[in-house]
Design a protein around this ligand. Sequence first.
Ligand SMILES: NC(=O)c1ccc[n+]([C@@H]2O[C@H](COP(=O)([O-])OP(=O)(O)OC[C@H]3O[C@@H](n4cnc5c(N)ncnc54)[C@H](O)[C@@H]3O)[C@@H](O)[C@H]2O)c1
Length: 360
Amino acid sequence: MDTSYENVRNRLRDQRILLVGGAGFIGHNLALELRSVGADVMVVDNLMVNSLIENVYDGGQNPVQNRAYRNFLLDRFELLRGAGVALRNADARILGDLNRVFDEYQPTKAVHLAAISSAVDARLNPGLCFDLQLITLRNVLELCRTSHRQQVNQVMLLSSSTVYGDFEGDTVDEATRPRPRGIYANAKYMAERLLRTYSHQEGLGISIVRPSALYGERCKSRRVSQVFIENALTGKPLRLEGGGSGRLDFTYIADLVDGIARALAFHRGPKTSDTFNITFGNARTVAELAAVVKDVVHDANVVEAPRAEGKPVRGTLSTVRAERELGFKAKWPLEVGYRKYCEWYAEQWQRAKVDALANR
Ligand SMILES: NC(=O)c1ccc[n+]([C@@H]2O[C@H](COP(=O)([O-])OP(=O)(O)OC[C@H]3O[C@@H](n4cnc5c(N)ncnc54)[C@H](O)[C@@H]3O)[C@@H](O)[C@H]2O)c1
């Protein structure tokens, strides 16, 4: 198969792609990528997680941080509008509301992104984690199985590297047996099983994507990659638990959306099913992450801290399958992608300081 990006363009040009939970970090970046290759895109989101509502209304204690996050969120909407992405405010847990969006848009592909996207937050609210991941997915699958069966050729699920659980070796691939731990990872695994069941039983075309440890512009999920650069800019310590020896397959958002666009373009249609790790494909230590921050913010204060009990043991997600079948090749190693992100973050922090001072 011709897996050039030109062919991604050819294959997606006629597609109408609905992103459920698409106003979030991955969703809005994906929407922009899909528009750039000529696809028609609609986002449906109830703006419930990591949203303007909590950020603007509740505010938070730190005015600069508040401005910065507000800017990230408002910029998402500006970018989406500027790129011609349609946005509908609806709750995907409610079948009737989602049905109205499906009826209006008549998507040919649906990408499911809705979730409490942090395993830590999901643990605090397991019932909501279940509903946002699984009730929303059930509704998407039911609509694709029944009233919209004729036009939908693919349903994609954003799963997670956490389905693998604690890594036994250095690297996992898609054939490694999942051993999820905790509500977030188990709900992802259940979602994968649900998707495969609809594929086997109902003939839906499905794809599962497993990303890992993402970082990138306009994320406000406060994972370690964001916390480190923000702490460096505000004089707070960067804590290296257990000496920073924990390893994660850190992935820049540009690599993920490139891989997802390929998985959407080269899918083989109804009745077919595929699963891809889409990551950088080489785990790096948290200490290496901190070193990049230190390179950008020279006086960053890096401190050693005891290793936290129960931290998952992770490593590399092999991307060999995505390379072979989709022509995917990650382009952004930590020293390039994370550095670019840290520089962007520093500029954004400066912008937020000016905004906060002017009380804009
Ligand atoms: N960011 C990562 O590092 C990462 C890694 C692996 C997997 N994932 C998965 O990718 C997906 C997207 O992650 P993200 O980082 O963009 O998260 P995010 O929190 O930025 O986006 C999730 C979006 O889903 C929306 N949503 C939640 N419930 C909804 C509902 N009932 N109806 C409509 N919209 C709803 C939220 O409002 C939010 O905009 C999630 O499923 C997450 O678990 C993320």
